[in-house]
Design a protein around this ligand. Structure first.
Ligand SMILES: [Zn+2]
Length: 359
């Protein structure tokens, strides 16, 4: 209750946002479609080739997203691209590696070949099925959850979070919720295209436009924002700390929407599953050698492997995803008409907050 009241008083103190800034079909002059240095060439610089590319893109109806790198029939891919595949490969590999030493010891040639092959075939299958190309940047990655599985997991997590914060969620008619909703709608509208495409006139009724549901959580102890599925959650401290500034909030919203359209949630799940499976296989292989060294050495070895996987997935890999969300978010906000240069101020302010209150 106290927290809600503090947000209400913060809202009252801000008089500059009595009318909502409606921006449509514009783009900021700072927008340079080809100025960001992504890892792949963005466009053929040959003039005639450029014209033919633009004409071609005008006629195709869907963006080339989530296309398997290795040509696999869609029906087979739909069956295989599932979290269950990772579980199946992991279980069968662990079982084979457990049985392998006994098979070698008893000199069963055929079963030795089978047990040794299962993990290798499993890894090859996972790499083939999971290999995917990220939209907007063409970065190669591993994705195992189907879109239905992703929606199921995300909906469950968001519902749990919103349920735990139910007394702190600002009502939909709140003018700041509508203000942020308007920013999200503007950014979502331009996200139907590849970020490297030039800005154009967007039809608000285009069925390809994904709608986002913005929620403000009135918890002045947390500086955070997140996007899961089609839900965007923004803590009120973020809004007041950034001075109720439209361009600054567009930086936050576009970064979060970029995470969503890049499907970073499933990517994190994919790399974690794959690394855990490799960890299990490594343990199985090492066990044949380290079994005689005793439980202490094996326990330390297990801890080292687990720590390495956690570090790679939760820090190193995640930093790459954050960087991609920053790049894609900057392009999105510029195409939607907001000033991407504001991002420098926003991230400096967030870093200052972290130094003062978190680290
Ligand atoms: Zn992020």
């Amino acid at each position: 209750m106290l927290k809600t009241t503090s947000f209400a008083s913060a809202i009252k103190s801000c008089n500059s946002l009595r009318t909502f800034p409606i921006r449509t079909l514009s783009y900021h002059p700072a927008y340079r479609p080809f100025s960001l240095h992504l890892s792949t060439p963005l466009r053929n610089t040959n003039k005639s080739a450029r014209i033919s590319t633009v004409n071609y893109r005008n006629f195709h109806t869907t963006s080339p997203r989530n296309v398997p790198i290795i040509p696999i029939p869609a029906a087979i891919l739909a069956l295989l691209k599932s979290g269950k595949l990772v579980s199946f490969v992991s279980l069968s590999s662990k079982t084979s590696l457990t049985l392998l030493p006994h098979s070698i010891f008893r000199r069963y040639k055929f079963s030795t070949k089978v047990f040794a092959s299962v993990p290798l075939i499993g890894i090859a299958l996972l790499l083939t099925v999971g290999l995917d190309q990220a939209p907007n940047t063409d970065r190669l990655r591993l994705v195992y959850l189907s879109e239905e599985e992703e929606m199921e997991v995300v909906t469950l997590e968001v519902d749990q979070l919103l349920g735990s914060q139910s007394g702190l969620i600002a009502p939909k008619e709140n003018e700041y919720v509508q203000w942020l909703q308007n920013i999200a709608d503007n950014i979502a509208r331009v996200s139907v295209d590849d970020i490297r495409d030039p800005v154009r006139e967007y039809d608000p009724q285009d069925p390809k436009i994904k709608s986002y549901d913005v929620n403000i959580i009135c918890d002045s102890s947390t500086l955070n924002a997140m996007c899961a599925g089609n839900k965007i959650l923004v803590y009120d401290l973020m809004i007041s700390y950034l001075g109720f500034d439209t361009d600054m909030m567009a930086v936050i919203m576009s970064h979060e929407i970029a995470h969503s359209i890049q499907r970073h949630f499933v990517e994190t799940h994919g790399i974690a599953s794959f690394m855990l499976m490799l960890g299990d296989i490594s343990r199985g292989l090492l066990w044949t050698v380290t079994e005689s060294l005793g439980p202490y050495v094996n326990q330390k070895l297990n801890e080292w492997i687990s720590g390495f996987i956690t570090m790679e997935t939760e820090t190193t890999y995640n930093r790459g995803l954050e960087k991609e969300a920053d790049l894609v978010g900057l392009m999105l906000m510029a195409k939607a008409g907001y000033d991407p240069r504001t991002a420098l101020t926003v991230w400096a302010k967030v870093r200052l907050f972290c130094r003062l209150y978190i680290y």
